[in-house]
Design a protein around this ligand. Structure first.
Ligand code: NDP
Length: 450
């Protein structure tokens, strides 16, 4: 098991002590600190002024009550969060997640990862994350609207195009962003397009933002494959999830000739050995907001495995792209994938592989792209949306996608080269953590102790 350098171990111990009961946050911090031993060995000055301790402590954490009325006239109470982690690189930037599993530890782990991810994009954005334990599943549009309005009524005072710019994440798509932007506009009496990203195309959204995370992960994973002279063409691929990230991953992988045979949602997974019919999946998930198992009945082929009765990672594949949620791919899953001949893993979700799974992949020589690098295409395109809003401009799909492709190639190369420079060739985890850290550490030093 990788160890934390002796000089950094007290920082980790303090994070665990100070943030009791937040295992996902500890996991995210631990993974970064494990990489940073190599940096402080070369650059002990990064240990000065408690720079790394400061980076592990959010600049601000906001927790608030979100009361709203359901369709039966009953008052419901949820909890809202926004963790403004680091503004060293620019305004806080990171998505909002609406899911019953959300708690402060989950938001902190996501916000912490976001700092390094955003730095890797090379664009001027800090790191933050937010959300609520609200579950939009099964709720009417009216209920979702009332929830979003109440959520924004509290959160708006902490936002601003130069302060904090949220976007979507699990459970927050175009519908939710629309309701939240409408309420922000109403409360502030400002048409401040750059305050939220992932907006609809008719009111300041960017072309290619919807596709960006899935496309970006595909570019990144393809770049990893290409370092070994391989490509997606003809490769069997499994993509977990069937939300925003998964759908556009499947689309791009298919465009490169990859054969995607399985995807999932929280109810289970489907397998179609003939290759998934993406139009049907979009119809089920984006239009009907239905369950993935409906695919088998509507398509008349393939099979469905209920959640708890098997793992999507049992399906043999050469490329695995986990795109649902954190810790969805365990050490056992990774061992199975390795046994079945997986060559590359590109994380579309945030921290979907457990530490044991990552170790298993790396020991087996599988090319492993960590989420903070591989899924950075979403936030990168959000930053491009902010650029378009700031200049009152609108770019074509091709122009935006071309910028995204270049950014993902640069992130890949920067992780690859940094890993080599720090004595860990081919280790994209170390490459991403170190390259991201250095970019954030430099402005932090320049600003002094704040
Ligand atoms: P969506 O809400 O669009 O889709 C999430 C998908 O994952 C759904 O299929 C959902 O199933 C499934 N899922 C969610 N939670 C669980 C769970 N606990 N167990 C099993 N399945 C689950 O979200 P996104 O596609 O936007 O996000 C997916 C991942 O990608 C997240 O980790 C997110 O943080 C990350 N990400 C997203 C970005 C973006 O631009 N959207 C950017 C970077 C990272 P069901 O519908 O049944 O809940």
């Amino acid at each position: 098991m990788p160890q934390i350098d002796d000089k950094l171990a007290p920082i980790y111990e303090q994070v665990v002590r100070r943030n009791a009961g937040e295992p996902e946050f500890h996991q995210a911090v631990r993974e970064v600190l494990e990489s940073l031993g190599r940096v402080v060995a070369k650059r002990p000055d990064y240990l000065e002024d408690a720079l790394i301790e400061r980076l592990c402590e959010p600049e601000r954490q906001i927790i608030f009550r979100v009361p709203w009325t359901d369709d039966k006239g009953q008052v419901q109470i949820n909890r809202g969060f926004r963790v403004q982690f680091s503004s060293a690189m620019g305004p806080y930037k990171g998505g909002l997640r609406f899911h019953p599993s959300v708690n402060v530890g989950i938001i902190k782990f996501l916000g912490f990862e976001q700092i390094f991810k955003n730095a890797l994009t090379g664009l001027p954005i800090g790191g933050g994350k937010g959300g609520s334990d609200f579950d939009p599943k099964g709720r009417s549009d009216g209920e979702v609207m009332r929830f979003c309005q109440s959520f924004m009524t509290e959160l708006y005072r902490h936002l601003g195009e130069y302060t904090d710019v949220p976007a979507g994440d699990i459970g927050v798509g175009g519908r939710e962003i629309g309701y939240m932007f409408g309420q922000y506009k109403r409360l502030t009496n400002r048409y401040e397009a750059g305050v939220l990203t992932g907006k609809g195309l008719f009111y300041g959204g960017s072309l290619a933002r919807t596709e960006a995370t899935g496309y970006g992960n595909t570019y990144f994973t393809r770049a990893m494959l290409q370092t070994g002279g391989e490509d997606f063409d003809g490769k069997t691929t499994v993509v977990s999830g069937s939300g925003n990230v998964a759908i556009y991953t499947i689309e791009k992988v298919q465009s490169y000739g990859g054969k995607v045979v399985a995807c999932s949602d929280s109810s289970g997974y489907i397998v179609d050995e003939n290759g998934l019919d993406l139009d049907l999946i979009k119809e089920i998930k984006e239009v009907r907001r239905g369950r993935i198992g409906e695919y088998v009945r509507l398509k008349g082929q393939g099979y469905f495995v209920k959640s708890g009765e098997g793992s999507i990672w049992d399906v043999p594949c050469q490329v695995a792209m986990p795109s649902a949620t954190q810790n969805e791919l365990t050490g056992k899953d990774a061992a199975k994938l390795v046994k079945n001949g997986v060559q590359a893993v590109g994380e579309g979700a945030n921290m979907p592989s457990t530490p044991e799974a990552i170790r298993t992949f790396q020991q087996a020589g599988v090319k492993f792209g960590p989420g903070k690098a591989a899924n950075a295409g979403g936030v990168a395109t959000s930053a491009l949306e902010m650029q378009q809003n700031a200049s009152r401009d609108r770019w074509s799909f091709e122009q935006t996608e071309a910028r995204l492709a270049t950014i993902m190639r640069d992130i890949h190369d920067s992780c690859y080269e940094t890993a080599e420079e720090f004595g860990a060739p081919g280790d994209y985890v170390i490459g991403a953590n170190i390259a991201g850290f250095i970019r954030v550490a430099e402005p932090m030093r320049a600003f002094g102790v704040i």
